[in-house]
Design a protein around this ligand. Structure first.
Ligand code: ZN
Length: 142
């Protein structure tokens, strides 16, 4: 089994809707995302001969993921989130807001990111998303 590993980091603000504790406040994280791409075999010919995949292909997809989340205020697409987005849109500053259909925990985000990578045709094996230097969630499927 061959496993390629690559990582990116991005900054994002969020809060946990319906949560009692510090995370109910809007706060930010520097997320660290580690992606593993696996294959039992290597390409036997052409441009990718001797490779699982071109590191450049993986980097391109990770760059798109970074741009999707980086420096956004991410809100859950529920009544509270939509109200907050409406209020913020009244201000002259055009904040970059991303609405997502889930509570933005490391678990939900890592599953979402796994599928974003898979949809780009990358044979992702697992993603590990660090929300802090010591807390991470690993998501993989069989
Ligand atoms: Zn948080």
């Amino acid at each position: 089994m061959f496993i390629l590993k690559n990582e990116i980091q991005f900054d994002m603000a969020h809060y946990l809707s319906g949560y009692e504790g510090k995370c109910k406040n809007i706060h930010g994280h520097r997320y660290r995302l580690i992606v593993k791409v696996a294959s039992k075999t290597l390409h036997e010919g052409g441009q990718l001969r001797g490779m699982v995949d071109d590191f450049g292909n993986i980097k391109k997809v990770l760059k798109e993921i970074k741009e999707y989340f980086d420096h956004k205020l991410v809100l859950e697409d529920n009544e509270e989130g939509r109200k907050l987005a409406d209020k913020l849109s009244e201000l002259p500053n055009a904040f970059s807001i991303l609405m997502l259909p889930y509570r933005t925990t490391a678990e939900e985000m890592s599953r979402h990111i796994y599928h974003m990578i898979k949809e780009k045709g990358i044979n992702v094996r697992e993603v590990e998303l660090f929300e802090t230097p010591t807390n991470s969630c690993i998501y993989m499927e069989d």
